[in-house]
Design a protein around this ligand. Structure first.
Ligand code: 5GP
Length: 191
């Protein structure tokens, strides 16, 4: 069945290392919904294998600031303390919705709150780990960050977990198959 309905914004938050990327790839492949990933802009440097315009729009601090001042962002924040900006471009979201897509934003909880203020019928999902040890292991195992960056990510993760209750939908990413099914069931319940 190809669902025909009013497209919505799906806002997915959760601590770094919780497995949002893997979960979303499965949901995109299996939901049967016209989902579109919103490509955010960031001032962080690309990781190995990341492609500009696909994973992020990688901007210099100056370019980001120019767009921010021009009001091009639906929301934007310095996610891990000072210095690294991330933001959702209004145009990306608007074009996605107009084209009939359910636009998926993978953003932090401050961004999620801001989007909800502007799009009250946005669906907010929080992905959480089974426990904090699992998260630490995943973050360490990834090996993409410096020790200092890791420390900041972990501190932010702990802080975010304290706000999980603000989200209308919470999914524990322990068994991936179950998490994927729960995610798809939530989308279906919004049609
Ligand atoms: P990473 O650096 O690992 O790609 O992303 C780190 C975090 O930044 C992610 O957990 C994600 O929630 C957040 N993030 C990515 N893009 C955006 C964005 O456009 N806005 C906000 N507020 N957060 C974002």
């Amino acid at each position: 069945m190809e669902p025909k309905m009013q497209p919505k914004l799906l806002v997915v938050s959760g601590p770094s290392g919780v497995g949002k990327g893997t979960l979303l790839r499965r949901v995109f492949a299996e939901s049967g919904f016209p989902l579109m990933m919103s490509v955010s802009a960031t001032t962080r440097k690309p990781r190995l294998g990341e492609i500009n315009g696909v994973h992020y729009q990688f901007l210099s601090a100056e370019e980001f600031e120019t767009k921010r001042k021009a009001g091009e962002f639906l929301e934007c924040f310095e996610v891990f303390g000072k210095g690294t900006w991330y933001g959702t471009l209004r145009r990306t979201v608007e074009e996605g919705l107009v084209a009939g897509n359910w636009v998926v934003l993978e953003i932090d909880i401050k961004g999620a709150r801001t989007v909800k203020e502007q799009f009250p019928d946005a669906v907010l999902l929080f992905i959480e780990p089974k426990n904090i040890d699992v998260l630490k292991e995943r973050l360490l195992g990834r090996g993409t960050e410096t020790e200092e960056a890791m420390r900041r990510r972990l501190a932010t993760a702990l802080e975010e977990l304290e706000h999980a209750h603000e989200f209308e939908h919470r999914i524990v990413n322990d068994d991936l198959d179950i998490a994927v099914r729960q995610f798809i069931d939530i989308i279906k319940s919004k049609v």
